[in-house]
Design a protein around this ligand. Structure first.
Ligand code: PAF
Length: 276
């Protein structure tokens, strides 16, 4: 496996070939990232992963400084998973000019965007740049970051990028907690409490599947339950899969999304549900 840090090195290594399969990451890899590599590797294309902690997608007071940088351990895991090339640029390689063009995605102020202003603009900008640098044929993202995936599919569609986007199911711990690089911030007590989020999502999904339609009421009860157990809830929201907006009464394909904080750690998760 090759580890490259600059765009000229990357371009030379890829030599214009546009048949690669791409896994963008911010490093601090866990089994969820490795599942992305394994899923895309099945296509039989050379696999490129990127590792870049993108300052543009962190807001003021967020964890950009303390986000774990674990390049050597990440490369070991990627190598073992069959990744062919890792691109790990530094901040100057990614953003060489002091003033940066930024993509402004739709629905960037909804859901997580309402609590993390500028976050999705930062994500869409760096992914567009990474796509232009790597020029892959296919890329993969996890469904845990559901709104991110939705925005990135829109980015590819609306900018006519010749890239197929694959979606991967969320990888979970045995108790259901969605794997996340930020789970490492949880104390032992918080880690024990954390699966309440997925349990509630599953309960709410079951109630909706069984016919409940008072989405506002369901959201309120779930938010109260989290708050009663020490969470600070950003949102717990039933949305339409098609546009991530509030569903119409006849909308069948729904997704329930939640973001809430346990101590200093913000966790997100979601579950899709189809109304009969
Ligand atoms: O999901 C992530 O790890 C990041 O948001 C991404 C897509 C690599 C962009 O920095």
């Amino acid at each position: 496996m090759h580890l490259l840090h600059t765009l000229p090195e990357l371009r030379a290594a890829l030599a214009g070939q546009r048949e690669t399969a791409f896994v963008p990451t911010m490093g601090n890899l866990h089994a969820g990232h490795i599942a992305l590599v394994e899923q895309i590797k099945v296509l039989g294309r050379p696999v490129v992963a990127s590792i870049f902690v993108n300052p543009l997608q962190f807001g003021v007071g967020e964890d950009f400084q303390r986000y774990p940088r674990t390049l050597a351990a990440d490369c070991e895991q990627l190598d073992a998973a069959g990744c062919d090339l890792v691109f790990a640029p530094d901040g100057h390689e990614m953003y060489p000019e002091p003033q940066t063009f930024q993509v402004q995605p739709p629905i960037a102020s909804e859901l997580c965007g309402a609590f993390r202003p500028g976050h999705f603009s930062g994500v869409a900008t760096v992914v567009l740049k990474l796509f232009n640098m790597v020029q892959p044929a296919v890329a993969i993202f996890g469904k845990k970051d559901y709104q991110q995936l939705f925005i990135l599919k829109g980015l590819v569609r609306q900018f006519n990028l010749p890239i197929r986007v694959l979606e991967a199911e969320t990888t979970r711990a045995a108790d259901g907690l969605a794997l996340s690089s930020r789970n490492g911030y949880l104390s032992a007590a918080e880690r024990e409490e954390a699966p309440r989020l997925v349990r509630l999502l599953r309960e709410v999904a079951a109630r909706i599947a069984a016919g409940e339609r008072d989405y506002a009421g369901i959201e309120q009860v779930a938010s109260n339950d989290l708050a009663a157990h020490g969470w600070r809830v950003d949102y717990f929201s039933v949305r339409a899969q098609a546009n991530l907006l509030a569903p119409a009464p006849e909308t069948r394909d729904l997704v329930i999304l939640a973001a809430a904080r346990l101590g200093a750690t913000r966790l997100i998760d979601n579950i899709e549900v189809r109304v009969a």
